[in-house]
Design a protein around this ligand. Structure first.
Ligand code: NAP
Length: 239
């Protein structure tokens, strides 16, 4: 298949709403990409994918709970059998489980476990399952949707479990970027800024379009694009 006919396959996690849904929309609008909108809830995921199909986009739904090894394994096996490729993985699914205004001394170990399970083990499991497919074609783009709250250089108080999880996600980005360097796979972290979603709340200054922009840029990088970086507004930011 020549490059002109090649249809890339993209997988976006936690995409039934918020920034993930918008990432699917913008990837779909680019054309030449078969977008798999994944979500843990079948009803919500199907409805979201249908919405994008109604907008004329090439988007399909597949159920995927990023905290379930079985769910990830089933999805990866199905993708390998059906598409035989995975070119783009956007690890977007995330939770902010710290109670509002929570501080370290009040925080519960269970909150950290639940948060790390979704925000770190999710991307870890998906990467382990899908990178072999990327390696086959010597092409891959992994985008880890992180947060400025995970920056060690700007670490603050509050939401401790979320902060720790996003710092760990950034570490995962660096490890994968080093492991796959030179294999055609580029792995980067990004911060969407403070975005109006269920997580960000109605007072956030950014739209989902603005929040998704850097993820789209990283998901479609040219072969000589950056690897192992952390970006906001398409510019490098400190770890
Ligand atoms: P959101 O509106 O709360 O959406 C989060 C998405 O993740 C939902 O679709 C949710 O699905 C999904 N999800 C949660 N646990 C999952 C699991 N186990 N398996 C699969 N999907 C799961 O949040 P958002 O603002 O769009 O955030 C998207 C990403 O951006 C997150 O990683 C977040 O940390 C990051 N971020 C957001 C902001 C902001 O201001 N909004 C700022 C910095 C970083 P359900 O509907 O089933 O719950």
């Amino acid at each position: 298949m020549g490059d002109a006919e090649l249809r890339r396959v993209a997988v976006v996690t936690g995409a039934n709403r918020g920034i993930g849904l918008e990432i699917c929309r913008q990837l779909g609008r680019r054309g030449g990409i078969r977008v798999f909108l994944t979500a843990r809830d079948g009803t919500k995921g199907n409805a979201a994918a249908q919405k994008l199909c109604d907008e004329g986009l090439d988007v399909e739904f597949y159920p995927l709970d990023v905290t379930s090894e079985q769910s990830v394994k089933t999805f990866a096996g199905w993708l390998e059998g059906t598409c035989k490729r995975c070119d783009i993985l956007v690890n977007n699914a995330g939770i902010l489980a710290d109670p509002r205004g929570s501080r370290f001394l009040d925080s519960k170990p269970a909150t950290y476990r639940q948060t790390l399970d979704t925000n770190v083990f999710g991307p870890l499991l998906l990467s382990q399952a899908l990178v072999p497919l990327m390696k086959k074609n010597r092409y891959g783009r992994i985008v880890n949707v992180s947060s400025g709250q995970g920056q060690l250089s700007d670490m603050g108080a509050g939401t401790p479990a979320y902060r720790v999880s996003k710092t760990a996600l950034n570490a995962l980005t660096r490890v994968l970027a080093a492991e796959f360097a030179g294999s055609g796979i580029l792995v980067n972290s990004m911060c969407p800024g403070w975005v109006r979603t269920d997580m960000g709340g109605p007072g956030a200054p950014r739209t989902v379009e603005q929040g998704a922009d850097t993820a789209i840029w990283l998901a479609t990088l040219p072969d000589d694009g950056p690897n192992g970086g952390f970006f906001r507004d398409r510019k490098p930011i400190a770890w």
